[in-house]
Design a protein around this ligand. Structure first.
Ligand code: ADP
Length: 351
């Protein structure tokens, strides 16, 4: 990076922190507890790391710490801190921000230097689209709220706040995906295998995806006597979430999403099917590639092309697998996940 670009990157990361500060003010007006604002600043640090690299992220971290302390922690408008619990908050904020910026900046470095032109351009499109779109909406909504706070009706204000929340969640999903992918590629994913009940897992993932799936009808067919599975619950929840998220995204509202499971020798097979347009036959394998998106039109929908690559990486780490096919009777995609059955030990936990 030359001097001018570095100055631009540092300036931009400060602008992102300023945007976080504006959001903080908007949230403050709604009497939301200031402890939550730390998350807004943390997002600003992540975004700086992904977009502008480590130095920009460290600057964003410092600016966030100062701004958060000055504007939101009592005594207000000083850099003094009297309450010891706030010192703890600031300390952990600093640690999390530095570790996460390191990871995100590493990913950025890899992405910038790695791979083919296709991967690079797909990644850049995805980064700019997936970071800028929600950020632009958040900035627009926060700015509107601030500028028109005296004239907007309560319901209009709530609409704007809901937009800020939804878009921040989208940003959060995107950044989590990026971080998951970095951890996978660095070999840092070591699954913690346990014997787990599929119905419990599916229930948890569905609750997490509740809002996203609100427009769809979800059915589940899991035999009562299905054996326990050997998996890492945290990783598997993310797999199910990503597949549900896709089904909700690529199948029209009002259609049905079905999860069915059955035992097949030493594995359990879990099928999740939807009633959307399905996946072109030539792409059934490639949809699991990083940053691969099957149809030109798909890039208009929010997404990164990372979801399925993460699913495959996580499942492989747990000795499982995932494949895609299309529904035989009617249109729609089917994702088939297989996972080993937990073999029982005296303690009841699989190894
Ligand atoms: P993203 O959804 O963020 O683009 P994914 O890795 O989750 O990334 O999916 C890669 C591509 O696979 C998508 O862009 C889409 O083209 C295709 N795809 C995934 N799930 C479905 C589905 N349920 N129906 C149709 N196409 C799908």
């Amino acid at each position: 990076m030359n001097g001018v670009n570095r100055a631009k990157a540092l300036g931009s990361s400060l602008a992102i922190v300023a945007a976080a500060l504006l959001i903080g003010f908007a949230l403050q007006r709604l009497h939301i507890h200031p402890a939550n604002f730390a998350l807004v600043f943390l997002t600003a640090v992540f975004v700086s790391a992904v977009m502008y690299g480590l130095w920009a992220a460290l600057l964003a971290c410092l600016a966030s710490l100062l701004a958060y302390n000055f504007f939101f922690l009592p005594p207000l408008y000083t850099f003094r801190i009297t309450d010891p619990s706030n010192i703890v908050t600031l300390f952990f904020f600093g640690i999390v921000a530095i570790v996460a910026s390191n990871l995100a900046a590493q990913l950025r470095k890899q992405a910038v230097t790695a791979g083919t032109e296709r991967l690079r351009s797909a990644m850049l499109t995805s980064l700019s689209h997936d970071l800028r779109t929600p950020l632009a909406s958040i900035l627009g909504a926060a700015g509107g709220l601030l500028a028109h706070r005296h004239t907007l009706s309560d319901s209009a204000q709530i609409d704007l706040i809901a937009t800020i929340q939804e878009e921040a969640e989208r940003l959060h999903r995107f950044i989590s995906n990026l971080l998951d992918m970095t951890r996978l590629e660095a070999g840092a994913i070591v699954p913690r295998l346990d014997a787990v009940d599929l119905s419990d897992m599916a229930g948890t993932a569905l609750r997490r995806a509740e809002q996203i799936l609100a427009g769809h009808q979800v059915t589940m067919e899991i035999p009562r006597d299905l054996p326990l599975l050997r998996l890492d619950p945290v990783l598997f929840e993310q797999v199910l979430f990503n597949v549900f998220d896709n089904a909700a995204k690529y199948a029209p509202e009002g259609t049905c999403i079905a999860l069915k499971a059955h035992e097949e020798g030493s594995v359990v097979s879990v099928e999740i099917s939807d009633e959307g347009g399905g996946i072109p036959a030539a792409d059934l394998e490639r949809v699991f590639d990083k940053f691969y998106r099957a149809r030109a039109g798909d890039s208009r929908r929010a997404g990164t092309g990372l979801g399925l690559a993460i699913c495959r990486g996580f499942l492989q780490a747990m000795s499982g697998a995932i494949t895609a096919r299309n529904r035989a009777g009617g249109s729609g995609a089917v994702f088939v996940i297989t996972l080993p059955i937990a073999s029982y030990h005296p303690a009841g936990i699989a190894t």
